[in-house]
Design a protein around this ligand. Structure first.
Ligand code: PHE
Length: 343
C-alpha cells in the first residue's frame, strides 16, 4: 500500500508542478495524465491488489489525482484560448504606421477653385444656374433667336420634342437668370458644366466646364474688361503673361473679342500647343449687347456691362500641359493622383 500511495502522491505533485506553456504541451499533459494509456490508468489498476479496508482511502486519493489533472487541463485550456497572444505575438509598437491613402482634388476642381479665388479678390461672387435649361435662357434672351446661324455653332442636346428643354451649351444662360432676378450692380462669376453634341476626341468632348463672368453697372467700359482679363491672366499664369484681344462675334456681346494669352508652355518661342504663334486662346468676351439688357428689363441708358467665358479644361491644359481632354473624364486614379499640389 505504502509503495503505490507514495507513487500516487508523487504523480499528484507532478501534476501540480507541470507548466505546459502552449496548447501542444497541454495536449501532451492530457495524454500523459488523462489519456487512454495514462499514468493514472495504471494507478487505478493497482487498486485491485489492495486489501478491502484500504481501497476507500486509496480511491479518494485517486479521485483527487484525477480531479486535479482535469482542473489543470481546463484552466490552462481556458487561459490559452483567452489570451492567445504570447509575448512574441504582440505587434512592434515602435514600427512606423501604415499610411491611409488620401484622395486628391480633380485637376479641373483645383483650377476652378483657383479661378474663383482670383476673381473673388476683385469682388466677383459665385452664382450657379441649372444644367437643364430652356430655350429662352440658353439662346433667345441671349439675342440668339430661333433662326440665328450662331445656334449651329453649338450642337445642342435637346431634351424635348419642342426643343424647349436642353442641356445648356454655355454658362451664359446664368447671365440671363441673374440679370432677370437681381438689380445692378452685378458682379458675378458662374462656374459650371456645359454640354455640346461633339464627337469625343483629344480636343473635343460632349461635356466640359466654363467659368463665365458678368459685370453690370453704370459706366462699365471695354477698358474695365481688358484690365480684368489682364489681372486674371497674370494671377493665373504669372506676372509676365500678356493678353491679346482679337475681334470676334457672339450674338450677346458687342463688340466681341476672343482672348489670347502668351503661350505659357514655350514662352512664345513657338510650340505645338500655340501652333508656333506664341499665343493661345483662353475664351471669349465682350460688352453685353444692349438687346440682352433689354430682354432682362434693364435700363440700357443707365447700365452697361461686360461678360466673358473661359473653358476650365483649356486653362487646366495650359497649367498642367495635359494634351488629351478625355483624361479629365476617365477618372483613372493614376492620372488623378498626380495633381496634389495647389495651383
Ligand atoms: N458663351 C460663349 C461660348 O461658350 C463665351 C462667351 C461668354 C463669349 C461671354 C462672350 C461673353 O463660346
Amino acid at each position: 500500500m505504502q509503495e503505490i500511495s507514495d507513487k500516487a502522491n508523487a504523480v499528484l505533485e507532478e501534476i501540480k508542478a507541470a507548466t505546459p506553456a502552449n496548447t501542444d504541451e497541454l495536449e501532451l499533459f492530457r495524454i500523459k495524465y488523462l489519456g487512454s494509456k495514462s499514468v493514472l490508468k495504471d494507478l487505478f489498476g493497482a487498486m485491485g491488489q489492495l486489501p478491502g479496508e484500504r481501497k476507500k482511502e486509496y480511491g479518494q486519493l485517486m479521485n483527487t489525482l484525477k480531479a486535479s489533472a482535469e482542473n489543470k487541463l481546463e484552466e490552462l485550456k481556458a487561459s490559452f484560448e483567452n489570451g492567445k497572444q504570447t509575448a512574441k505575438d504582440i505587434p512592434d509598437l515602435t514600427a512606423p504606421g501604415i499610411d491611409i491613402p488620401l484622395g486628391t482634388r480633380h485637376p479641373l476642381s483645383i483650377v476652378r477653385n483657383r479661378m474663383i479665388e482670383i476673381f473673388s479678390r476683385i469682388g466677383f461672387v459665385v452664382a450657379e444656374g441649372p444644367e437643364i435649361e430652356d430655350d429662352w435662357h440658353n439662346f433667345t434672351a441671349l439675342n440668339t433667336p430661333q433662326d440665328h446661324p450662331a445656334r449651329d455653332m453649338q450642337d445642342t442636346f435637346f431634351l424635348s420634342e419642342d426643343k424647349n428643354q436642353l442641356l445648356r451649351t454655355h454658362t451664359s444662360s446664368v447671365q440671363i437668370r441673374m440679370m432677370e432676378s437681381q438689380k445692378p450692380p452685378l458682379r458675378y462669376i458662374f462656374p459650371g458644366r456645359v454640354y455640346r453634341n461633339e464627337t469625343i476626341s483629344a480636343r473635343a468632348h460632349c461635356t466640359f466646364h466654363q467659368v463665365e463672368g458678368l459685370y453690370i453697372d453704370d459706366n462699365v467700359s471695354f477698358a474695365d474688361l481688358k484690365q480684368t482679363m489682364l489681372y486674371f491672366a497674370q494671377e493665373m499664369f504669372g506676372r509676365n503673361t500678356e493678353i491679346r484681344f482679337r475681334p470676334s462675334f457672339f450674338p450677346f456681346t458687342e463688340p466681341s473679342a476672343e482672348m489670347d494669352i502668351t503661350c505659357t508652355i514655350c514662352n512664345q518661342k513657338g510650340c505645338a500647343v500655340c501652333k508656333h504663334t506664341g499665343w493661345v486662346e483662353i475664351g471669349g468676351c465682350g460688352m453685353v449687347d444692349p438687346a440682352v439688357l433689354e430682354n432682362c428689363k434693364l435700363d440700357t441708358k443707365k447700365y452697361s456691362g461686360f461678360a466673358f467665358g473661359m473653358g476650365i479644361e483649356r486653362i487646366t491644359m495650359l497649367r498642367y500641359q495635359v494634351n488629351d481632354l478625355r483624361l479629365y473624364f476617365e477618372n483613372d486614379v493614376r492620372f488623378l493622383k498626380q495633381f496634389t499640389s495647389a495651383v
